[in-house]
Design a protein around this ligand. Sequence first.
Ligand code: CTP
Length: 395
Amino acid sequence: MAERTVVLGVTGSIAAYKAVDLASRLTQSGVVVHTVMTKSATQLVGPATFRAITGRSVSTEMFELTNPFAIEHVSLADAADLMIVAPATADVLAKMANGIADDLLTCTLLATRAPVLVAPAMHTAMWEHPATRENVERLRARGVALVGPAIGRLASGGTGVGRFAPVEDIVDEALRRLGRCGDLAGRRIVVTAGGTHEAIDPIRFLGNRSSGKMGYAIAEAARDRGADVILVSGPAALRTPGGMSFVPVTTAAEMLNAVRDAVSSADVLVMAAAVADYTPAAPTAAKLKKTDPSLLLQLKRTADVLGSIGDVPVKVGFAAETEDLIDNARAKLRQKNLDLVVANLVGGANAPFGSDENEVALVDANGAEELPRAAKRAIAERILDRVAALLAKPR
Ligand code: CTP
């Protein structure tokens, strides 16, 4: 994202302090963030905070000369790959809807050809006022995207609609939009993640140690490179990522159905999920009581999701192995007719489950490439480099 620029407009809602976190997260994602603050926003947060967080200019005045050769609002408007107004007050929404340009931010919004994302934050009555409703509808019709507002506690002390959306949601939506010219732009990618739960009785299940972090990292990285992502996830204690379709499932059978539905017209399937190979043959409707000294659980095979889905141009599987990593991965490559296997040695020094890091080898028909231990997001990018190359290859 090194080349991507966001012009972040901050207006005078008390949620302006949360825009600092937004600027920080975008900057950490590699986005260049120029901040434009309205006069009222500067009453709530100092420009120096945004300057320090983003390492970039912060503009507050129409006629200040940051660059003597550039007209500020035009150069900002041209530089933006995306404009974000967060928080957006009822006032700025009204100005945007009516094309009013009476300060640096509204002039920049009128001068830009970049897509615009707004995250409104205001008191419920202001959000629900017919004037604001009409303004929002006009903006939506013009292609302005909204994140939030959420329902929750408001600065006024009450609870209702009008709360600034969670910053993670705004970042997700921004990265998805910035990714639209990435190398996976327009590609449909289905990613599975997490483990499955197979019911023994209404209370117990058979599960595994997969946290879902590797699959979620792949889904987020694909989104940020422009792909339309469907994430099919087993139960995972992770935040549901934004900017993609999310399909929650519980069992291997549900995973199979969800993937079957999702892959129609997909370009890529990445099966990072740890799908149960066996499920209890006869889960009981009533809770099992500990009446016998021992208990034998009869299991039956589940359907192999990857093996049973044939018509996706690029298929990537995972192989979690405790021994003979590369040989086992090669066997899976052939047996499941895959383009790439991400081979994951588990046990010993590498304990990937729940960790933010992983150590894998990428195995394809040409050989095995061992990647150094790295953050799961970094590994996700390497996997997607291979996916992008496979998609580019004539078939
Ligand atoms: N997989 C699948 N459906 C299953 C089981 C596994 O699609 N019912 C996928 C996994 O998502 C993974 C790949 O198959 O991408 C490899 O899974 P793994 O459990 O390591 O291998 P298996 O094929 O089940 O073989 P074995 O358990 O014998 O190692």
